[in-house]
Write a protein that binds this ligand. Structure first.
Ligand code: FAD
Length: 69
């Protein structure tokens, strides 16, 4: 849950930074452009966001079913 939240937040933050920098934010070599590419990969490796959502949903459902028994 922490990884999913942190990487989604980082993605939203760097997306805003690119928007603020405008055209300069997508120029190769610009720090914001480099961070945008680097942060994007964080939502893929060590458990892609979609897969993490499936894993979290399974855990939440299992816990809810356990507390009902
Ligand atoms: C920069 C970088 C560094 C990496 N470093 C390492 C490393 O050091 N060691 C290592 O072992 N691996 C490493 N990897 C590999 C990484 O762990 C895999 O890329 C990652 O697990 C995703 O697997 P995949 O690329 O085969 O994509 P896939 O598993 O084919 O996924 C492609 C897309 O489909 C989605 N998807 C897949 N299954 C489901 C599902 N059931 N439901 C919904 N959506 C789904 C994913 O969320 C993703 O968006 C690295 C990858 C990158 C990009």
């Amino acid at each position: 849950m922490a990884k999913l939240h942190a990487t989604d937040t980082a993605q939203a933050t760097i997306d805003k930074a690119v928007q603020i920098f405008g055209g300069a934010g997508v120029v190769s070599g610009n720090m914001v452009e480099r961070l945008y590419r680097e942060i994007r990969a964080l939502r893929i490796y060590e458990g892609a966001s979609e897969v993490q959502k499936v894993v979290i949903a399974r855990a939440v459902i299992a816990e809810a079913q356990g507390s009902r028994a």
